[in-house]
Ligand binder design. Sequence first.
Ligand code: WTA
Length: 654
Amino acid sequence: MSQDNIQSTLQEDRTFPPKHNFVNTAALSVTSLETLYASAKQDNELFWAEQARQELDWQHLFTTTLDDSKAPFYRWFHDGKLNVSYNCLDRQLKDHADKTAIIFEGEPGDIEHISYRVLHQRVCRFANALKNQDVKVGDRVIIYMPMIAEAVIAMQACARIGAIHSVVFGGFSAQSLKDRIEDTGAKVVITADGGHRGGKIIELKATTDLALVEGCDNVKTVIIFKRTGHEVTLKPGRDIWWSDAEQGQTTDCEPEWLPADHPLFLLYTSGSTGKPKGIQHSTGGYLLNAITSMRWVFDIQASDIFWCTADVGWITGHTYVAYGPLATGATIVIYEGVPTIPDAGRFWDICQRHKVTTFYTAPTAIRALMKIGDEIPNGYDLSSLRLLGTVGEPINPKAWIWYHNIIGQQRCPIVDTWWQTETGAHMIAPVPSFTITKPGSCTKALPGIDAAIVNEQGQEITVADEGGFLVIRKPWPSMMQTVWGDDQRYLDTYWDHFNGRYYLAGDSARRDKDGYFWIMGRIDDVLNVSGHRLGTMEIESALVAHDNVSEAAVVGRPHDIKGESIFAYVVLKGERPTNGIDDQLTDELRKWVATQIGPIAKPDDIRYADNLPKTRSGKIMRRLLRTIAKGEAITQDTSTLENEDILPQLQGKA
Ligand code: WTA
């Protein structure tokens, strides 16, 4: 494992016990949490069975909790039947139909409050519209939308009729969209005439058209929501406005009762090799952990206004926008745009105006807002906040303390939540009324989650602060089911390393003397740029797909705000530019990667060399490239290099 850049140098001794005010008003008492831990420890399966009976409404109750006959293709509650949309919406109607489910705020400032009753009606009507377009149980539907309420409506509508949605982040390019449409074999694409982001309109429909120019043969219908009102072209026979698709559809739509292991959605995520993987999640198990984590980690209560800033294009936007909060009857905030429009106070302004109680965001956003200074947040009334959360990458203690002091005003606990697209929901995270937090640590595993750090042989590391592989040793309900269409890749990526015994998360981590987990970084070649996982391999293939490029290697370099920035070494087909400088080509290559993958994948730096550093066996020496990208002195043995002359080129010195 490549531990070179993840050696632990972090010494953080500050501790933050739960505050009395929080503990006294928390939904979860210390004793009930102790009971949860104890019963999970006693019998993990029984524990989850009880949770599933208590937290979910079943049309047909399961009799088998966990079928492990084809492990690691675990099946949770599989002979039970339920519907996710029913569990999110219908069951709120009896007692609080008029409660606000969604507070939507567009980037231009338009605001809409949608009650559970109205949300239910809209989801049902759109579900009927989908059925009318011949969408059936098990069909795949691509959702490529702005961060607006209709994105959630589309997801819920798919869930209602048993269609499997795959949301594609609106920042992805036509090529990435096309790859996902083809891999899923989707029948329908749901998009919009655009969305507001950063003061501009993102051209989602135009990008969809590009993606569909050739291939994508299964796509029969494109449904377009009118968000911006700017002009788009419709292809007759294929394209239909959302409002036209809904014409004549009623607001009654009986939910489809589905086996608990029916796939709810596919979400693509980067791996170290090959194309992105379609992570497949289930219906029952997924929803269960979405709910339990809302209760344990977010202490969700009836009066909460819950705001998770993640886009629905990422797993966080699935579990903590579209599903978890609604299934617990919460009021959520959805904001369409960026934090800096009209100025860097937008997040705090939203918190103040909508009286947000729970705010969940990524370290990259916290760092960016921290950099702007305290004056802006200090100018807002943030007294409604009672709990803060972070996710996506390790949060550095400095940013944690700023978040605690300036945003949480030393009143709000911070939950640093470790989990992944693959795990579906929080795995390691504080329970705010119970856990003493430490800045930079995601603390301990939640009840029923058996996380551990092991060495290469799979033995648990018991020495404090010694780094190793983060694994999960027992199956849990919201675990991914497989990689869509590629069971072998599921086995190879997550289970092979420890012979099917443990789930390999792909992160390295250590535990301190109190047993707290500290995530150290990825063990594979996956970058974490602004909280988004990007495969170096994908960026390299995008670069190589350019006519002028013959070889490319991409590494991450620590970055103050983004966490990691993308550093690319490129070998051209023709001559290397004089002194390694060609601003025009660099610009062109950056734009090229943006069109191939999306703007988030644009390399920050590109350096040209005659060759890449390789070992005699032909492996790219990534460790060396990382050292060079950081501008550090080379201490590695470079004697195996075929051509030592390239070192100054890689260092930008020749
Ligand atoms: C990283 C996001 C440290 C980690 C939910 C993981 C974190 C990857 C944390 C998953 C955290 C996520 N502390 N690292 N609290 N949360 N990560 O699939 O490397 O987009 O494996 O899911 O992000 O990223 P993904």
